[in-house]
Every structure is written in structure tokens, then in C-alpha cells.
Design a protein around this ligand. Structure first.
Ligand code: AMP
Ligand code: GLY
Length: 427
């Protein structure tokens, strides 16, 4: 089967790496791709925002499945256009992508189905939002309703902060996404991410991960797209996974189907594991980045038949086997990220790093220079990953690979995985 993979980050490099191992794969195409992806995939000469062009390419190249990595093409409706053209696609429809694109939509689903989540209010104007926070008191979390590139969530410890956050949203800082806000109670507990592959009716549990969002060691600095992560999430035991499936994922799928907008594709639940049990913080309608990287390293089964089955609407015959090993990804980012950073700096030592025990280096923002050298071409640039018999070994191996890479213009956190190690030391 020929596959077209859409995306160009570390997530898509991990998907390409995994799909490439499938005996069912013939040619893997990708757009827009990156230097790492193009070491295993053929560039597809398409603009992913032009659905008609993507459909035409799929017909010409005999594509049997399109795999969409990021949320933007899903929210824009690429999956709908492909399905309308009869091309199988692993990715949510535009209507189902509302689970990520609208926080109030997801909250309404939680209300409807009794899905555990933070108590909240939803407001379309400043005055009623301000009245709510004054009545409610802090701490609170103020969220722009729509997509805001990961910046639309403001944690507020004081009333002054909450008032300022409301002003930020309605003042236009997030464009139309801030025209309405969700204001939530601040949940207490430990966060985890959980992934399921859905066929519209059924959900196949995948695995869990725990990410490290802040830019610097000790969970300091600005929030980022993710500076590293581990799989499994340290607290994830089978009973908790069953509870997440039963109380959160399955009722969500039921609600989406009942609305006539079934969810097909990868559903990513951001969770707070509180003393009373798991609570939904948010949904994403895709694999996480870098969460996908650690999941792919632990997936022993062939990914291709699973994605194909989800796209065809029946995952009931799919059984996935996961390694008992732990996996860790350390993100190497350009100095200055998530603020301003330079592009075009040269990275050396990648081949040696990728050959160290347990290590795999996925590319995120990279491009190939004229002489084949690897250049930094984005903020998050490399996902230096490793598997090991436990979290400690995976982490040591990932950092051994980091240390083999020569890139003075980049940095990484040195403490990715600390929550898993602390957990192991606990009684
Ligand atoms: P989101 O974009 O909704 O995932 O939020 C980004 C991050 O904000 C989450 O990963 C949490 O760390 C934090 N967060 C969001 N909502 C809450 C909440 N109600 N309570 C505590 N933390 C939250
Ligand atoms: N790493 C967080 C995300 O992919 O949304």
C-alpha cells in the first residue's frame, strides 16, 4: 500500500519510521516533511492546505491511506475532502476536530455524558466572565475557547490575574479564539496523556505518556509544545487505564456518534489524575508531539493495519502489543526557543548518536543543506529518544545520545523523566 503522511515534525518522523517497518508498505510519501523524514520517505509535491491538490496527488500516486499528523489540516477539513473523494484517511473530520478546536464544545460533551472534568463557566462577554470570577474566587484557569497555539490557557492564582486574563482574551490577543472563554476550577493532581485509536464506534486503547511542557529544568520557564516526555506515564496501571476508557473515552465516542459526527482517528486525552480519579483537562484529535515518538518506540505491532482499520471503521480485530520497556524523548531546541531563535545552524554527530544502545533520533525542525549537512530549521529541532528496561535506563540512554550530538546553538532540559524516577524511589 502507498501512504501519504501529512506533517513535518518529530511526530511525523516517528510515524514514518514506524510505518516504514510495515511489510504492507510500498511507497511512503510525505509533505511537507523534514530532513529525517526524507531519509525514509519520498517528498510529495503538494501544498497540504490545498485539498483539491492533495486529492489529485493521491489519485495519481495510488495512495491507499492518508495519515494526518497535525491538527490544522483536520480542523480545516482535509479528512472530509479526502473521504468525499473516496480516499481512506486516518484523521478526524472537521466536525469531530471540534473536540480540540473548541473547549466549550468538549465541556458540553462532558456535561451531556457525565465525563469527569473541572467545574467551569462559559462566557461570551467580558462582564459576565468578570462577574463569575469575582463570585467564584481564585485559583482559576481562564481559557480562550478556540485554538491559540498552546497559549490560550492562563493559570490565575489571584483575582487580579484572572481579571487580566479575561481582558487578554476579550482584548483580542488570541483573535477570534478569545471571543468566548471557558473558566475552570484549578485541578490538583499529576498530569498524564492517554491515547486511543478510534473507528467512529469503538476505541482501541493505545498507551500513556507524560510530558514536560516548560522550557527549563525544574519545570521553570515558559510553556512550550513539549520539551520531552516519557512512556508509560508513571502512575498508569491497568485499572486506571480501564477507568479512563470507561469514564472518559467511550462516553465521548458515544456522544460524537449520537451527534452524527463520529470520531475517527487518534484521540489524545490530557488528564489530571486527581485523588478522586482521572479528570479530563482537554482533548486533542491527533497524536501528541513528542508523545507519539515514545509511543512508536514502544509499539511492537505493525501500525499500518491498525490505522487502516480505524480509517475503514472497524478496529475490532486489531490487537496491539506494547513493549514493557520504558521510552524517553529529550527535545533539543534552538537557543532562545520558545522565544526568538536562529535558523540555519549546523548539527553534527547525529549518526553516532542514533547508533548508541537503545537510541533513535527523530528530526523535528530540520532541513538538509547543499552538502547533505543537517541544519536547524525550527524551534524544536531534534527528539533524541531511547528505550530501556525501565525509566532510569531509558533516560540515561537518551542523555548519552544527546551528549553525542554537537550543536552549540541548541539546548535541552537535563531533567526529563524526573517524575518517573521519583515514583520509582517512592515506597
Ligand atoms: P490545555 O491547553 O487545556 O491542555 O492546558 C494546558 C495546560 O494547562 C495543561 O496541560 C495543564 O497543565 C494546565 N491546565 C489546564 N486546565 C487546567 C485545570 N483546570 N486545572 C489545572 N491545570 C490546568
Ligand atoms: N505535546 C503536546 C501536544 O502535542 O499537544
Amino acid at each position: 500500500m502507498n501512504i501519504l503522511l501529512i506533517g513535518g515534525g518529530g511526530r511525523e518522523h516517528a510515524l514514518a519510521w514506524k510505518l516504514k517497518q510495515s511489510p504492507e508498505l510500498e511507497t511512503l510519501y510525505c509533505a511537507p516533511g523534514n530532513a529525517g523524514i526524507f531519509s525514509v520517505a519520498t517528498p510529495a509535491p503538494i501544498d497540504v492546505s490545498d485539498s483539491a491538490g492533495v486529492v489529485a496527488f493521491c489519485r495519481k500516486a495510488g495512495i491507499g491511506l492518508v495519515v494526518v499528523g497535525p491538527e490544522a489540516p483536520l480542523v480545516a477539513g482535509l479528512s472530509d475532502d479526502l473521504r468525499a473523494a473516496g480516499i481512506p484517511v486516518s484523521g478526524a473530520s472537521k466536525a469531530a476536530a471540534q473536540l480540540e478546536a473548541s473547549k466549550s464544545f468538549t465541556k458540553a460533551i462532558c456535561d451531556e455524558r457525565g465525563i469527569p472534568t473541572a467545574a467551569y463557566g462559559y462566557f461570551k462577554d467580558r462582564a459576565s466572565a468578570l462577574a463569575y470570577v469575582r463570585a467564584q474566587g481564585t485559583p482559576l484557569v481562564v481559557k480562550a475557547d478556540g485554538l491559540a497555539a498552546g497559549k490560550g490557557v492562563i493559570m490565575c492564582e489571584t483575582l487580579a490575574e484572572a481579571e487580566a486574563a479575561i481582558e487578554t482574551c476579550f482584548g483580542g490577543a488570541f483573535g477570534e479564539s478569545g471571543n468566548s472563554v471557558v473558566i475552570e476550577e484549578m485541578l490538583v493532581g499529576e498530569e498524564a496523556s492517554f491515547f486511543a485509536l478510534c473507528d467512529g464506534t469503538r476505541a482501541l486503547p493505545l498507551a500513556s505518556a507524560q510530558d514536560y511542557k516548560r522550557a527549563h529544568d525544574g519545570d521553570t520557564g515558559l510553556n512550550t509544545g513539549g520539551m520531552g516526555c516519557v512512556s508509560p506515564a508513571p502512575m498508569m496501571i491497568p485499572a486506571l487505564q480501564d477507568q479512563i476508557m470507561r469514564e472518559i473515552i467511550t462516553p465521548t465516542l458515544d456522544a460524537m456518534r449520537a451527534r452524527g459526527t463520529p470520531f475517527q482517528g487518534v484521540l489524545y486525552a490530557g488528564l489530571m489524575i486527581a485523588a478522586q480519579g482521572p479528570k479530563l483537562i482537554e482533548y486533542n484529535v491527533r497524536f501528541g508531539d513528542p508523545e507519539c515518538q515514545v509511543l512508536m518506540l514502544r509499539l511492537k505491532s505493525d501500525l499500518l493495519p491498525a490505522l487502516k482499520a480505524a480509517a475503514a471503521g472497524d478496529v475490532s480485530a486489531i490487537q496491539l502489543e506494547w513493549s514493557q520497556d520504558a521510552a524517553t524523548t529529550v527535545v533539543m531546541a534552538a537557543n532562545g526557543y520558545p522565544g526568538d531563535y536562529r535558523k540555519g545552524t549546523v548539527i553534527c554527530g547525529l549518526d553516532g548518536a542514533g547508533k548508541l544502545p537503545g537510541a533513535t533520533v527523530f528530526h523535528a525542525g530540520t532541513s538538509a543543506g547543499c552538502a547533505g549537512e543537517i541544519l536547524a530549521a525550527g524551534g524544536r529541532v531534534l527528539n533524541v529518544s531511547a528505550v530501556g528496561k525501565d525509566a532510569e535506563e531509558a533516560r540515561a540512554r537518551a542523555y548519552a545520545a544527546v551528549d553525542a550530538i554537537e550543536w552549540p546553538s541548541g539546548f535541552c532540559r537535563r531533567d526529563i523523566g524526573w517524575r518517573s524516577l521519583n515514583r520509582k524511589a517512592a515506597p
